[in-house]
Design a protein around this ligand. Sequence first.
Ligand code: FES
Length: 79
Amino acid sequence: MTKVEIEKLGDDYEVCYCMGTTLGEIIEAIKSGATTMEALKDRTEAGTLCGLCESCDIDEDEDREVHLDEIIAAYAQGS
Ligand code: FES
């Protein structure tokens, strides 16, 4: 997913259902240096319960539009 496609979801889009972490919070954390999965989990608590929001490789919930690994890939690389 590209940055533009991710941004279309909006800041209030809930990426992590367990912890209620929104896309806006995740992007903010990456921009302020949490550019690895571990750092992002520490900073936002996203992905720290069931872990399904981490990656589409493990998430069978097709309703979720974007996962943490895709957001990291879009925002932590070359920006
Ligand atoms: S949906 Fe993110 S940890 Fe469960």
